[in-house]
Ligand binder design. Structure first.
Ligand code: AMP
Ligand code: MG
Length: 339
C-alpha cells in the first residue's frame, strides 16, 4: 500500500471520503476522541486494509462506529436493558460497549471473538460521514500501531502518509483520549479500558467492576490492552508521589551527564522545579480535561524535540485521571516510580 499519495480532504469534501469508503477503501476521519481509520465494518477485505496500514496485530479487535442505537441493533444478538440505559445517557459520546456479536459482523473485525465493540461518536463530521455511507465503520485510532493516537490530521499524515488513500480533516479533536471500553456481556459490567466517560459517571447508573481479575478468574478480555502503546521514541519514566520532583531531578542528572536530551511533562505551576530540563506543559495544575486533550500531542512533540528521556509526572487516578494514567503507564512500558 505504500507509495500512495494521501488525499487531505476538508469537511466540504465529505462525499469523496464516503465514495472511497463505499469502494472498499480506508479513510481517516475525526471523532470527538481521536482520529479513527475507518472501513466498511461489513466488508472483511476493507477491514483487513486497516490492519495492514497500521501494522496492527491481527488479534486486536476494532470498535464499530454507528449512527445510533437502531444501527447497533442490527449488529448484535441482544442489548441488555442496563446497556440501553448507558446508550441513552452517554451516546453520542466516548463510551464503547462490548456486546454479543451478530452473524453479520465479519471475524476480522472482532479478531475471532464472539463479542463486538460498538459506539456512536459525538462529532459532526464523523456522524455526517456515517450518515453518508449506509454501513457502520470499523475504526481504530489512525496511527501506526504502538504510536500515540492522532488528535490532528497532521498527526495522521506523520504516521500514515502514503499508506492510506485519504484523511478527512476536521481540525483538532476534543477529548484527546480514546473512548471508555465497557464489557456488557457479564454483570456487573466490566471496565476494560478507562477513557472519556469516567468510571464515576458509569457507576452513577450501573454497577461496574474494574481492576485485576480475582485469583482463578478469567483476566479481562480486551486483547488490545496487552500491547505497548502511545509511546514516543524517548524512554518514558512515570514518576508519582509527593517528592516526584526531587526524584526526577536526581534521575535526570545521570542522563544529562551522558549528554542525553531530557524532558519533563509537568503542570505549568511546577515547571520552575526543573531548571535544565525541556519542559512540556501539561497546562494549568489539575486541569485533567485540558491535559487529556493535549497528551498525545505532547508525546509526539517529545519526538520532534529529539528527547531521549522523558519524565512524566503522575496525576491522581480519579475521573479523567484514570484514563490519563492508563495511557502514561503504557507509554512508560512499566518504568514507573512512586515516591
Ligand atoms: P483502538 O480502536 O485502537 O483505540 O482500540 C480499541 C480497543 O477496544 C482495544 O483495546 C481493543 O482490544 C478493545 N476491543 C475492541 N473490540 C473488543 C471486544 N470485542 N472485546 C473486548 N475488547 C475489545
Ligand atoms: Mg489505538
Amino acid at each position: 500500500m505504500a507509495g500512495l499519495i494521501t488525499e487531505l480532504l476538508l469537511p466540504g469534501q465529505l462525499d469523496r471520503a464516503a465514495e472511497l469508503l463505499s469502494q472498499g477503501e480506508i479513510v481517516a476521519f475525526p471523532t470527538e476522541t481521536v482520529y479513527g481509520l475507518g472501513a466498511n465494518a461489513l466488508d472483511p477485505l476493507a477491514v483487513a486494509k486497516i490492519f495492514q496500514a497500521k501494522g496492527r496485530p491481527q488479534d486486536n479487535p476494532l470498535i464499530v462506529h454507528c449512527t445510533g442505537v437502531e444501527q447497533v441493533e442490527g449488529l448484535v444478538r441482544e442489548i441488555p436493558p442496563q446497556a440501553l440505559l448507558l446508550m441513552d445517557r452517554f451516546w453520542p459520546g466516548p463510551l464503547t460497549l462490548v456486546l454479543k456479536k451478530g452473524e453479520i459482523i465479519p471475524e476480522v473485525v472482532t479478531a475471532g471473538l464472539d463479542t463486538v465493540a460498538v459506539r456512536v461518536p459525538d462529532h459532526p463530521v464523523a456522524l455526517a460521514l456515517l450518515q453518508a455511507v449506509s454501513f457502520p465503520l470499523a475504526a481504530p485510532s489512525a496511527n501506526l500501531s504502538g504510536r500515540p493516537s492522532p488528535t490532528r490530521a497532521e498527526h495522521v499524515l506523520q504516521d500514515l502518509q502514503g499508506r492510506i488513500p485519504a484523511v478527512l480533516d476536521g481540525g483538532e479533536t476534543g477529548w484527546g483520549v480514546e473512548s471508555t471500553v465497557l464489557d456488557c456481556t457479564e454483570y456487573p459490567f466490566r471496565l476494560l479500558r478507562p477513557g472519556g466517560v469516567t468510571l464515576e459517571e458509569l457507576r452513577e447508573l450501573v454497577p461496574v467492576s474494574f481492576g485485576a481479575a480475582e485469583p482463578g478468574e478469567e483476566p479481562p478480555r480486551s486483547p488490545g490492552m496487552k500491547y505497548a502503546h502511545y509511546a514516543p521514541q524517548a524512554e518514558v519514566f512515570l514518576v508519582s508521589g509527593p517528592t516526584a520532583a526531587d526524584k526526577i531531578q536526581e534521575l535526570s542528572e545521570s542522563f544529562l551527564a551522558k549528554g542525553q536530551k531530557v524532558g519533563v511533562l509537568t503542570w505549568d505551576e511546577r515547571a520552575r522545579l526543573y531548571p535544565g530540563l525541556t519542559v512540556l506543559s501539561m497546562g494549568p495544575e489539575g486541569d485533567l480535561p485540558g491535559l487529556a486533550s493535549r497528551l498525545y500531542h505532547l508525546l509526539r512533540r517529545a519526538d520532534e524535540l529529539g528527547l531521549e528521556v522523558l519524565f512524566a509526572e503522575g496525576v491522581p487516578e480519579e475521573r479523567l485521571g484514570l484514563a490519563i494514567m492508563n495511557r502514561l503507564r503504557k507509554a512508560a512500558k512499566g518504568r514507573e516510580i512512586i515516591t
